[in-house]
Design a protein around this ligand. Structure first.
Ligand code: CUA
Length: 184
């Protein structure tokens, strides 16, 4: 089972749980006096909340350590790439970009199997910075925000041409806002 199927399964399970919870709330709101077999409905609700909290805690404990924000945090990047998003393209350079006169450096080539760091900001509105592999699968992403620099560290496992797409609606040119770089 690949990672995507696993994530899909987790989300489907969560959807079923939320659906069951909704059904339970709906049922319990219908006729609170109705079920005489329950001596103390509050007690049942209390146990339900305990179980729900336990499930949520377990899910948090499993998923939070996998948060991508901690990935490669202790590995110094071998390459730095500065990214300034601007309606409607991505300016990329190995050197810091002057926001008053933004210009791209040479085309970007990154090493395979080594941590690299993108420093992503925006010169106008919020944009997305999504990196896609040659099979058009989203590999990693961050937001490009004016006034902030978001650091995105990643290790590319496959050589090839990677595409960058904007992931936030940022104006009429949003669908054509893209760029690319090479990993080898
Ligand atoms: Cu930039 Cu959408």
């Amino acid at each position: 089972m690949n990672e995507y199927k696993f994530i899909l399964l987790v989300f489907l399970d969560a959807a079923i749980l939320i659906g069951l919870l909704g059904y339970y709330i709906y049922k319990s709101s219908l006729n609170p006096e109705g079920d005489k077999s329950i001596k103390n409905p509050l007690r049942k609700r209390f146990f339900f909340l305990i179980m729900l909290s336990a499930v949520l805690l377990i899910l948090l404990a499993i998923t939070i350590p996998k948060s991508p924000y901690f990935l490669f945090a202790d590995k110094p990047p071998s390459k730095l790439v500065f990214v300034d998003a601007k309606q409607f393209n991505f300016i990329m350079s190995y050197q810091a970009i002057n926001p008053k006169n933004p210009s791209a450096g040479e085309s970007i080539e990154l090493p395979v199997d080594q941590p690299v760091e993108f420093r992503v900001t925006s010169l106008d509105v919020n944009h997305g910075f999504g990196i896609y592999n040659s099979r058009a699968e989203l590999v990693t992403q961050t937001q490009a925000m004016p006034g902030y620099v978001n650091r995105l560290r990643w290790e590319f496992k496959e050589p090839g041409t990677y595409k960058i797409l904007c992931l936030e609606y940022c104006g009429l040119g949003h669908p054509v806002m893209s760029s690319s770089f090479i990993v080898k």
